[in-house]
Design a protein around this ligand. Structure first.
Ligand code: GAL
Length: 654
């Protein structure tokens, strides 16, 4: 894994550029990302390009041996461009324009803006596409950041109608698919369909789901315009995009199909503060981040393209969360080595130097605003040294039988957002809780899409798959590993209706159960049970009532089935709590070769290349020998058996 940083030469006096580049090299950095917001400097006026400064900036970096990721600047269309086409601005759900004055103020559907993006991308690719120092291109920046995927503009409306007409061909088939006979919602033509905003009560969920699918496809096609140009003028260079954390408004697998390296921007402290973790976790992990945040995204984005990396790694306090604490000393290094343990191609810090002006002046970098090194720089240097120690070691010794496949679908997220049926049914959190439970068992997890190759996994966990296609059923039929589906699986057809044979729809081919009715539960309403292990569990949020001949493996005290089994197929008909999930996974693992290592709450591991990488996210010292016998007096490549807070150990697995 290489280290890098995000750098903005246009923000700093030119006489400092050479020193910056040398300083990066001296710190152990090999990569630098530049350019992604610099449109107003590359093209100060329409078609009047100024490449001189960028030529010099690239040379200053390149001559030190740094490899460059060059960003296309399309997330920041300059003012002169917006003024020439004011309708390129995205419109929010209240009908308000998302005005110039920050970034991402464009609508993905605006065709003349797409042309401008193609033009600037081509100009850059023609000029720099063959430069030796350019190792790759970043398209745009963080598609969807600041909630910018959904737009209710005239451009979006017109392309949505076109998208619908391509999908359904005739208006009658759309009316049938959406069930528009209900409430007299039938349309006479595609041109009379609106975007689903400002509707009196909830919109038809089929209308909403198609709008979400359309909006996601708009991101995919917008990105493709740039990737096609870059492929033409800069072949053999990596095409990269930087995804975000806990962000689901477009299908990252589909964008990933057009990338060589899927990367993401890792801000564990900001994400902990901004997403619905418990207050207890927010306090406990305020300076470390929840132990599964970074790993979850590493494992998700690894499944989005052939290679993956971290484009922006938090290097100190950020500026955008409700509260912005400093990482514990050691955490920047820990996050870096954790990315390596999950197989990252590179990890690049955001940003090189804290900027004294504009919106992000309170966002830390590796350097302080005065150019002196901040704590992040000290840890980046240490990580660089340790990465070379670890890289010189053994390769390709991943114990595949330890890896579990966990299914996640963007479309499922949109579907449940459109029709939650209970406000606490939050699909992404269902996935995250399953992920945490698997990681607490010391297992490697691959987060996979519906079309992924399922060979070689110890087990397959599908926390919920509302729309199941026949191809997936056929693939699962051939598996002889434990496969667990969760609640609401097979509960909808692709057109967002209840299947004729009821839920779990096509899954009934593999397990004889039928969901007769479902309940969502307010906080305070629960079902209780005791698992086969003798541990009590509590069902919150969601429970289903099941009939059928499948064996009941777990049930509530009132006899309500919670887990059913037929051969190797399991169906969990409720939102399981941590205790129940843990026990279910322990039982399923007994049917595999995988060996769980039961970890304390604050410790996480990843097995890679014949090593156990071990991370202490807690505030207390942990004795590793007490947890797993081979770690007692093991071969410690990094760290030691008494592992202090925010520290790492790497042990060779002999
Ligand atoms: C990311 C973005 C960067 C910077 C950073 C601050 O979302 O890509 O440009 O704004 O956040 O944490």
């Amino acid at each position: 894994m290489k280290l890098g940083c995000c750098y903005y030469p246009e923000h700093w006096p030119e006489n400092e550029w050479d020193n910056n580049a040398l300083h990066m090299r001296e710190m152990g950095l090999e990569l630098v990302r530049i350019g992604e917001f610099a449109w107003s400097r590359m093209e100060p006026k329409h078609r009047q390009y100024d490449w001189d400064w960028l030529d010099r900036a690239i040379e200053s970096l390149a001559k030190t041996g740094l490899k460059i990721i060059l960003g296309t600047p399309t997330a920041t269309p300059p003012k002169w461009l917006v003024d020439t086409m004011p309708d390129m601005i995205a419109i929010d759900e209240n009908g308000n324009p998302r005005k110039f004055g920050s970034r991402r103020h464009y609508c993905f559907s605006h065709l003349p803006y797409r042309k401008e993006c193609a033009r600037i991308t081509q100009a850059m690719a023609e000029r720099y596409g063959q430069h030796d120092a350019i190792m790759g291109w970043q398209t745009d920046n963080e598609y969807g950041c600041h909630d910018t995927v959904l737009s209710y503009s005239v451009a979006a409306l017109s392309r949505f109608r076109e998208w619908l007409s391509n999908k359904y061909d005739t208006i009658d088939s759309l009316n049938t698919a959406w069930g528009n006979v209900f409430w007299s919602m039938e349309y006479q033509s595609f041109d009379s369909i609106d975007l689903p905003d400002h509707i009196v009560t909830e919109a038809n969920p089929a209308h909403l789901l198609d709008y979400r699918r359309f909006a996601s496809d708009e991101v995919v096609s917008f990105n493709k315009i740039q990737t096609q140009i870059i492929n033409k003028y800069s072949p053999d260079r990596n095409i990269i995009h930087n995804f975000m954390g806990f962000y689901t408004d477009f299908d990252h697998h589909k964008v990933g199909d057009d990338l060589d390296i899927a990367t993401w921007d890792s801000y564990p402290l900001g994400f902990l503060d901004m997403f619905p973790f418990s207050e207890e976790d927010k306090n406990k992990f305020a300076r470390q981040g929840h132990p599964d945040i970074a790993a979850f995204h590493h494992d998700l984005y690894r499944g989005c393209s052939a290679k993956w990396g971290v484009m922006e790694q938090q290097a100190g306090p950020v500026n955008w969360a409700h509260h912005n604490p400093a990482p514990l000393d050691g955490m920047v290094r820990l996050w870096t080595i954790e990315a390596m343990a999950h197989g990252a191609d590179f990890c690049s810090y955001f940003r090189w130097r804290q900027l004294p002006f504009a919106q992000e002046q309170m966002h830390a970098g590796l350097l302080r605003p005065d150019g002196e090194e901040a704590q992040g720089a000290i840890e980046a240097r240490q990580a660089a040294e340790e990465i070379s120690i670890l890289t010189n070691a053994r390769e390709n010794m991943v114990q595949e039988s330890q890896t579990v496949a966990l299914h996640f679908s963007y479309e499922a997220q949109w579907l449940f957002e459109n029709q939650p049926q209970g406000q606490s049914f939050q699909y992404l959190w269902l996935i995250f809780e399953h992920y945490c439970a698997l990681r607490r068992l010391g297992l490697n997890v691959d987060i996979i899409a519906q079309d992924a190759d399922l060979d070689g996994y110890a087990m397959l966990i599908i926390p919920s798959m509302p729309i199941i296609d026949d191809g997936f059923i056929a693939k699962v039929k051939n598996l002889d590993i434990p496969v667990m589906f969760g609640p609401r699986s097979g509960s909808k057809t692709k057109d967002f209706s209840i299947p004729e044979n009821l839920a779990p729809g096509p899954l009934q081919q593999l397990i004889d159960i039928k969901v007769t009715h479902v309940e969502s539960m307010r906080d305070g309403l629960h079902h209780f049970g005791t698992s086969r292990h003798g541990d009590d569990f509590r069902i919150d949020h969601w429970i289903e009532h099941i009939i059928g001949s499948a064996e009941v493996v777990e049930q509530c005290h009132n006899g309500n089935a919670i887990l059913c089994r037929q051969d190797n197929i399991y169906y969990c008909s409720a939102w399981p709590d941590d205790a129940l999930l843990h026990n279910i996974f322990i039982d399923l693992l007994k049917l595999t070769d995988a060996e769980p290592i039961i970890l304390p709450e604050d410790l996480r591991i990843r097995r890679k290349d014949g090593y156990y990488y071990i991370f202490n996210y807690g505030c207390k010292m942990i004795n590793l020998g007490d947890i797993y016998n081979p770690w007692n007096g093991g071969n410690y490549i990094l760290g030691q058996e008494n592992l202090a807070s925010a520290q790492i150990a790497v042990i060779a697995a002999d």
